[in-house]
Design a protein around this ligand. Structure first.
Ligand SMILES: [Zn+2]
Length: 184
C-alpha cells in the first residue's frame, strides 16, 4: 500500500464532477488498490474520510472511518474503527432536520467551519466487493458521507457554509470553539 499525495484547495481536480466506476471494474486490481491506498492515506493524515479527487483520481469513490459503540469490547483493547468504502454513492435526505456542526478537510488544511447538513440520510452505493448496498446514516456518520459525496461533485465544505463567520484556523478553533477534532 502507498500513501498518496493529497490535493489541496485550488487544484482543479477538487472542482470537477467525477465519473462513476463501472460496477464490473470495482473488484479489479486498480480500484481495489486505490481503496487500499486511500485508506492508508486517510489514516496517515488522521482524516475521518477521503474522496478519490483528494488523491487526484477522478472517480466516484470514497473511504471513511465509522465509529460504532461495541458492547463486547475487551478491556484494554484499543477500539479500531471500521473502514467504509463506498463506490458511486447516491444520497437522499430522510426527513427535514438540518444540523450545523464543525467540519474540516484534508484538502483545506488547518481550517474549520460550521456546516449545515441533513441529520438523516439514506445512501445507495456499491461496496468494495461490488455488491449494491443501501444504508441509513444519521448524525456524524451522515455528515461524513455528505461531505465525501460532495467531493465527487466538486463541492467543498466552504460552499455549504451559511455564513463564513465561524471560519477559523485550527488554533483559534481549538481555543474558542473546539468540541471534537476531525478532518474529512
Ligand atoms: Zn474534504
Amino acid at each position: 500500500m502507498s500513501i498518496l499525495k493529497v490535493s489541496r484547495m485550488g487544484h482543479p481536480v477538487l472542482r470537477k464532477k467525477v465519473r462513476p466506476v463501472p460496477p464490473a471494474e470495482i473488484t479489479a486490481a486498480p480500484i481495489q488498490r486505490l481503496i487500499d491506498d486511500m485508506t492508508q492515506t486517510m489514516l496517515e493524515y488522521n482524516g475521518v474520510g477521503l474522496a478519490a479527487p483528494q488523491v487526484h483520481e477522478e472517480l466516484r469513490v470514497f473511504v471513511a472511518q465509522i465509529f460504532r459503540d461495541h458492547d463486547d469490547e475487551e478491556e484494554g483493547e484499543t477500539r479500531k474503527p471500521e473502514i467504509l468504502a463506498l463506490i458511486n454513492p447516491e444520497i437522499k435526505p430522510v426527513g427535514r432536520h438540518i444540523v450545523e456542526d464543525w467540519e474540516g478537510c484534508l484538502s483545506i488544511p488547518d481550517v474549520r467551519g460550521l456546516v449545515p447538513r441533513h441529520r438523516d440520510i439514506s445512501v445507495k452505493a456499491f461496496d468494495r466487493t461490488g455488491r449494491p448496498i443501501e444504508m441509513q446514516a444519521s448524525g456524524f456518520m451522515a455528515r461524513v458521507i455528505q461531505h465525501e459525496t460532495d467531493h465527487l461533485d466538486g463541492v467543498l465544505f466552504l460552499d455549504r457554509m451559511k455564513s463564513l463567520d465561524s471560519l477559523s484556523f485550527i488554533e483559534e478553533y481549538a481555543r474558542y470553539h473546539a468540541k471534537r477534532e476531525h478532518e474529512e
